[in-house]
Every structure is written in C-alpha cells, then in structure tokens.
Design a protein around this ligand. Structure first.
Ligand code: RNT
Ligand code: ZN
Length: 424
C-alpha cells in the first residue's frame, strides 16, 4: 500500500473506532493524546546483554541473558546508535535508564567506588541532544568485589567499597538533575543472598540498612534525586535467602522516605504487581516500577501485550501517572536487540492505551453498586472493540511507523550496521 493510501485507511478506521468506543463511554481523542504524556525510562542494558563498559568479566549477580543473536553493542557509540534506532520507532518522548557500569571514561579508568560525574558526561551530552531525562543505578554485580554479598557483606572493607560506590552514584545522579533540568531515579538493587538456608538472616539485613543509611547521607535534593530500593524474592545462586526482600524494601523505603521499586519478575508467580500499586500509593507519595515479563521465573523476557502488563497499566492510569515512575527491565539475547526494545516498549504503550480506553468511572460504579454480572460482561466486550485502529492513530500522530512497518527499518539496520559488528 502507498503511504498516502495507508494514512487514509488509518484515518477511516480511526473514525469507526471512535464511534465504537464513544458508544462505550470512552473519549478516544483524549486517550490518544494522553498516551503521549507517559514517559517511560527505557533501560540501556537490553542493547549489550547487561555487559557495560567498565569490565571484561561475565555478568554476575544471579541474573542472566541467554541467546547469541549477532550484533550486540560493544562500545558506547554502538549502544547510542542502537538506542537512537529504537527511540525513532517508539512514539512519544521517553527517558534513558543507565547503570553505573556504563561509564564512559574520558580521564582514565575509575573503579566503582571512585566514579566521577565526568565519567558520564558523554551520556549527559547524548541525553541533552535528544531531550531525554536520565535515570541511574549503582551496579553491585559483575565486579570482583561483588561476591555473594555487597552492601551487606560481613567484611567492613567490602561494605565500604560499595557504600563509596553508592555515594558516587548519588553525586552522579545529582549531576544529571543539574545538567538536564529533570529528576533522576536512582535505583538500588543488590544481588546479596544465600544459595542455601542461611544461619543468620538478621545480620546481613542490619548491615544493608546501615549501608543504605550511609548512602542516603550523601547530600542530594530529595525533590530531584529520587532514591528507590528494588526488592527481590530470589536469584540464581541465592535461591534460599535474599537480603533485599519485599518486606525489607517496603519497610526500609517507608521509614527513610525513599521510594520502593517493584519489578514484576520479583515476586512469587501468583502474586500480581498490579495489585500492589494502590496499596503502596496509600503510604508512599511516589513509587517506581520495572516492567518486565517473568516466564516461570525472573527470566526478563521482552514484555508482551498480555493480561499482566495490561492490568499493571490499568493501575498506572487509575492511580496517577505523576506518582509512578515507569521503567522497563528485560534482556533477551536470542532476538534482534533493537527489536527487543521496540516490541517491548510499544507493547507497554499499547497496554497503557488499552487502560486509557477503559470507561473506568463506569466500571467502578458497577463494582460499587454490586452489578458484577454487568461489569464482567462489559470488561469482556471491551476487549474486542477496534483497539488496533486507535493504536495505529497514536503511531501515525507520533510520527513513527504504523503496524509492522517499523520492522523493515530494523531489518535494514541489521543489514547495514549490526551484521557488520561480528566481522570485526
Ligand atoms: C535484577 C533486577 C535489576 C536488574 C538491572 C540490570 O533482578 O531486576 O533491576 O535487572 O538492574
Ligand atoms: Zn528490575
């Protein structure tokens, strides 16, 4: 189809969709417009299988990428170029989420405890040019001093190293907020834990809390640098005990006035992060999310447009965009990595759109009036309204390719850029 014919078709389909949705009590134009306001912090680490630039060793910390699809980004320039390609295929304006291991050293190597803001000036330039906000994460894995424990290690020298790293990251986050006129989410996730039943559960948690307190003492403006703590239920090699458990994360964050970060791969598979958001927001002013797809375990598959993601999106839309910091977290090395970003981000956006296309007030009223049969029926009928036509219009209005047209660009990029990488 010629592009003009395609646009006319999208317009015509959209008009039909508008009719169908307005009969269900939904303002479609408003939904499309509002979706553009949701900024998602896209994780840099899908592009290079969580390798980073500050070490040669393997990925550790109980997380894993699997697959050997060619074309992994090996340098900052390659990663930036791949990120650009991905952003160009995703509607709306977003953010970039960096890990400390992605330092770009201009004045010689600095170990994690001695990282400087200048080690991230290339990223600030990158973000400035593209009007992206930056978020940040200390990296407590893939390092010789990250053995079984980091911030909770019994050895004070190891703990000091990681506390110094954490403080350096606070300074870097501060530098981001000062350079970019935007907040920075600084998220702490430690891989500390035990493979087998621990003798002492309390000690490591006491030490982790103390190390966190030392990190938080590093001066920062709490209205700009939002420190969060990401909890977890288990990891590979720490199946029996995780220092930063859900209870630790929530209680610590509540008591210190920082944010909890919930990753939907970090709970028992029958638990739902969608169900946790409203409870957390009764207590916390803001919370943060890592949206991912756990398949039987915390596998970090690329997000699909599935029930779990849609239910999380429904809560985001209901509970308020301004109070929930949205981030993504998956790493699949078995498919084209640029496509992995694009599919997952577009799916998350589709889920948000589907929430925006829900007559929430009406559904809430049906619930409150005990009209459960009607509510059930309406929820199910809504699913087959012409959603795709509205999604197409969002892409069209955002200036990104509609439907699967973006894939041709990824194929061309793979041919011209990614496939050349393995030859060198
Ligand atoms: C690990 C956590 C964490 C990491 C990234 C790389 O289980 O989800 O968020 O995935 O920091
Ligand atoms: Zn995560």
């Amino acid at each position: 189809m010629r592009p003009t014919d395609m646009s006319a078709k999208i317009q015509a389909n959209y008009e039909m969709a508008k009719e169908a949705y307005s009969a269900a009590g939904v303002d479609v134009d408003k939904a499309v417009e509002t979706l553009g306001d949701y900024r998602i912090s896209m994780h840099c680490w899908q592009g290079d299988d969580v390798m980073g630039f500050d070490h040669d060793g393997p990925l550790t910390g109980g997380i894993q990428t699997t697959g050997d699809y060619p074309g992994r980004a090996r340098t900052p320039d390659e990663l930036m170029s791949d990120l650009d390609k991905a952003y160009s295929l995703i509607g709306g304006r977003h953010r970039l989420n960096l890990h400390a291991s992605y330092a770009i050293f201009k004045n010689g190597f600095h170990d994690r405890d001695a990282l400087e803001p200048s080690d991230f000036s290339a990223w600030v330039d990158y973000a400035k040019d593209r009007d992206l906000g930056l978020d940040f994460n200390p990296t407590y894995f893939s390092h010789e001093k990250a053995r079984q424990y980091t911030m909770s290690d019994p050895d004070p020298a190891i703990r000091d190293f990681w506390v110094e790293h954490s403080k350096a990251c606070v300074r870097i986050a501060r530098y981001f907020t000062e350079s970019l006129d935007s907040h920075c989410l600084l998220n702490v996730w430690i891989p500390d834990g035990a493979k087998d039943i621990p003798a002492d559960r309390l000690g490591p948690r006491e030490r982790f809390a103390e190390s966190m307190d030392r990190m938080l003492a590093e001066p920062h403006d709490r209205d700009k640098v939002y420190v969060s703590i990401e909890s977890k239920v288990f990891g590979i090699g720490m199946e029996s005990y995780t220092v930063g458990s859900a209870e630790f994360g929530l209680c610590y964050a509540a008591s210190r006035g920082i944010l909890p970060l919930m990753d939907n791969g970090h709970y028992h598979p029958t638990e739902s992060v969608a169900d946790k958001i409203s409870s957390a927001l009764l207590i916390f002013d803001k919370i943060a999310l890592h949206v991912t797809r756990p398949v039987r375990w915390d596998s970090d598959h690329v997000v699909r447009y599935d029930d779990e993601t849609r239910e999380i999106a429904k809560e985001i839309v209901t509970c308020g965009r301004d109070r929930i910091l949205l981030g993504t977290d998956w790493f699949d090395a078995s498919i084209n990595r640029v496509a992995a970003w694009v599919v997952g981000m577009r799916n998350f956006q589709k889920a948000l759109l589907s929430a925006l296309l829900t007559p929430r007030e009406e559904h809430k009223r049906l619930q409150d009036e005990g009209r459960y049969t009607e509510l059930f029926m309406k929820q199910e009928e809504l699913k087959t309204l012409p959603f795709g036509a509205v999604w197409d219009m969002f892409c069209e209005r955002s200036g990104v390719p509609t439907r699967d047209a973006w894939y041709n660009e990824v194929v061309a990029y793979e041919r011209d850029v990614l496939s050349k990488r393995d030859a060198t």
